[in-house]
Design a protein around this ligand. Structure first.
Ligand code: G
Ligand code: G
Ligand code: MN
Ligand code: NA
Length: 253
């Protein structure tokens, strides 16, 4: 496909950039973290969304280089956000299963942390259920390796995978991100609402934090708050934005 050769060139020509979307703690009202979201500004085709090129990058093995570029850029940015006298703010980085399950992943993370000087406790990695199902025993070892460094771990798109729930018991996970397909109709659809309530209850009884993705309206927010959801992310608060636009979220409350 045409995208393929393009991906290598795009990395070399620095056509990729990151936007950041705030994640809000509902108890304090504070932005405690930003999710890094990859974008590709193609010289002819314009802005290409990650859904279009990440699967191609995975297939052709460029995801390792691309993933390392993302992690480096995000950690560097997060380092810059830290200001004396203000509470620390984290960055959340999406990690493809292809990347996570390859040998050398931990070493790559260590290299980036060393190079950027970012405190590992300010980094969260977002993994999908399917990424975690691939390796089982090796997966647990990798997660523990990340955890002992202080890195936070989240399950992205939670509820959409086909995996069993037993891994939640064994894996050192900090946070579940409820997929936005459940949040979208939470006000009207009683089934979706029941699923969200069940995820929140389960997360809390396992000692996990729970974040709802894709919050677009106030009534969704209120419902999530009532049900004890810890954190939210979505267009209601903020769209993914360039770092230059994020200053207002970094100021003292
Ligand atoms: O930001 P947007 O809605 O376009 O993202 C679409 C999908 O692309 C999301 O599922 C998101 O997790 C994924 N994605 C965004 N940035 C990255 C990235 O840096 N690495 C990986 N592996 N996936 C990403
Ligand atoms: O799968 P993941 O959670 O990584 O995907 C994040 C994607 O969700 C980003 O591409 C972002 O643009 C998108 N997103 C974030 N908030 C909202 C929202 O409120 N509504 C919709 N439709 N998409 C959102
Ligand atoms: Mn994500
Ligand atoms: Na998601």
């Amino acid at each position: 496909r045409r995208l393929e050769g393009n991906l290598h060139r795009a990395l070399a020509d620095e056509e990729f950039f990151l936007e950041y979307q705030p994640q809000i703690d509902l108890r304090t009202g504070r932005v405690f973290s930003f999710e890094a979201l990859l974008r590709w500004q193609h010289p002819e085709d314009g802005l290409i969304p990650p859904d279009c090129f990440i699967p191609v990058a995975e297939e052709m093995g460029v995801i390792r280089r691309l993933g390392e570029w993302v992690l480096l850029a995000a950690c560097r940015q997060c380092r810059q956000w830290q200001q004396p006298g203000l509470p620390p703010v984290r960055v959340a980085v999406n990690v493809s299963g292809h990347q996570f399950n390859q040998p050398g992943f931990i070493e790559m993370v260590d290299r980036v942390l060393h190079e950027t000087g970012l405190n590992p406790e300010l980094l969260e990695l977002e993994l999908t259920e399917s990424a975690l199902m691939a390796g089982e025993q090796e997966t647990i070892m990798t997660l523990i390796d990340l955890k002992v460094r202080g890195i936070h771990l989240a399950i992205d798109d939670f509820g959409t995978g086909y995996s069993s729930l037993s891994y939640l018991k064994h894996f050192p996970i900090d946070r579940l991100k409820i997929d936005r397909s459940f949040v979208r109709d939470i006000v009207k659809d009683l089934d979706d609402r029941a699923i969200v309530e069940a995820i929140i209850a389960m997360a809390h009884s396992l000692g996990l934090r729970v974040l709802a993705e894709g919050v677009e309206h106030e009534d969704e927010l209120e419902l999530l708050r009532e049900r004890g959801c810890d954190e939210v992310q979505g267009f209601y608060f903020a769209r993914p934005q360039l770092p230059e636009a994020l200053g207002k979220y970094l100021e003292a409350p």
